[in-house]
Design a protein around this ligand. Sequence first.
Ligand SMILES: NC(=O)c1ccc[n+]([C@@H]2O[C@H](COP(=O)([O-])OP(=O)(O)OC[C@H]3O[C@@H](n4cnc5c(N)ncnc54)[C@H](O)[C@@H]3O)[C@@H](O)[C@H]2O)c1
Length: 485
Amino acid sequence: MSTTMWTHRPSPGAETSAPRRAVQLVTIHCDDDELDRVVTAALAAVPGADPGGLTLLTVGEDVDGPAAGTASDPLFGDLPRHQIIALVPSRPGPDAEAVLGHVRQLVSPFTTAERDRIARLNPLVQETVRRYRAAGTDLSAATVVFRDHLLLEKLNILDGLVALGLRPSACLVVGKPDRTVYRRRVTADLARSGFVVADPDDASFPVHRWLAAAAPDGPIVVVDDGGDLVLDLLARDGLRSRVRPIETTTKGIRVLRAAGLLDTVVNLSDTSTKSLMNRRIAVSCVYRFREILRHEALEGQGCIVVGYGRLGRRIAELLAGLGMVVRVVETDAAARQLARAAGFEAVADVRAATADGRSRFLFGCSGRPVVPMAAVRAMAANPVLVSASSQDLRPVLTHLRRHADARPVRNAGVRYELDGGTVTVIADGHAVNLYLAEGVSEPDYDPFTALMLTAVVETATGAPGRPDPELWCCRVADLQLELRD
Ligand SMILES: NC(=O)c1ccc[n+]([C@@H]2O[C@H](COP(=O)([O-])OP(=O)(O)OC[C@H]3O[C@@H](n4cnc5c(N)ncnc54)[C@H](O)[C@@H]3O)[C@@H](O)[C@H]2O)c1
């Protein structure tokens, strides 16, 4: 194990008032030859900071185990990583905190070796970019707002757009409030590359104000996941005629349809390429559910699936495949019939489904805030709730957060204690496959990722109006066949 030490002379105040030391650990991922640069830059880059007695030790290369994340990081597990141990005064002043914070930020972006691996996850995206480049595509005049989960594949899309000339400073990235594995590192990486990145946990970022300052004229391509950003921008006088919206999700299309705006949007949610993804999304949800509950017996247990739509029907089948006794709640009569034809009990109301107390598990798949506390109270003792969307469990979570004691269950979610029992909310109500996980594996999602990239490029460079995304789906499918051959 190699150890390097950077010592900083304490300031006069620190010498006298802070003899005791506290230890903080920052795990970093970088090659040996990058380490010196990273730490020196971290210390130099806090203007006027007095490290206040800060000492940084690096413990090198063979740092391993859960602290370094290696065990759960098969993508980068064999690459070199270092751990910085910072010795700080027991009452570290703001300067020492600033330096440490900066170290964390500086070391978070991906290394060159990691970026190479990430790029290889999306061969269709890379080939699509190569072809656009060969055709002379130029995005240097484009403005893009990109709202999505900050998954590794999104890094590849944004990188691809920059390779085609997009100025990172003309691209605002708005993450979503999930708990994906690499969200902090993706955020740091994008910031390092010059993208403007809004805090994914702060839904109040004023996108319209950023647009007014950064892009006072010209068209704006807005990629949205959920519809509300597009809805907001289209309601603003100065922006309405400039926004070219692209929506990727079922929920977003529902929101825009309800507002009478469906005709203005490029709809990727209802494309053939997206429909190919539904089974893969369902598998990633059930797989993650099973993984989180790996110490629970599921066979023979009752599970209520709320919503028997594109995802719900596949999730119901997969849960039945695990041996669970699945009951369906579905408001749409035709979908309810489909559920019955597939052999499931099906009712229209979630309270009717839970009333007999036979089910301990509930899987939300409707994409709407539909599960109330009253329904959960009627379930079997100590119920376990999980969802494929961030919406289904909202009503019950609002109640639990207000009225129950919360106890985090590491890597699983939150257990709420009330009335002498517990309610376990897996992923604390986030989509289960995006909770300490990366959703569908990137190569499986590559066709849709390539479709998203294509949609941005075509929308930025094409004439105003609504193109047919099915043409792009065909192009992606052809490319996939070519690469396979
Ligand atoms: N985790 C992920 O990776 C991921 C990916 C895609 C979508 N999603 C989420 O999954 C949700 C569902 O997607 P989908 O494509 O299956 O949508 P969908 O519209 O095909 O299915 C939703 C179903 O829920 C039913 N429903 C509506 N209100 C209900 C209620 N009160 N009770 C019972 N059923 C009700 C609808 O009739 C419909 O059949 C999306 O809204 C999205 O939030 C998650």
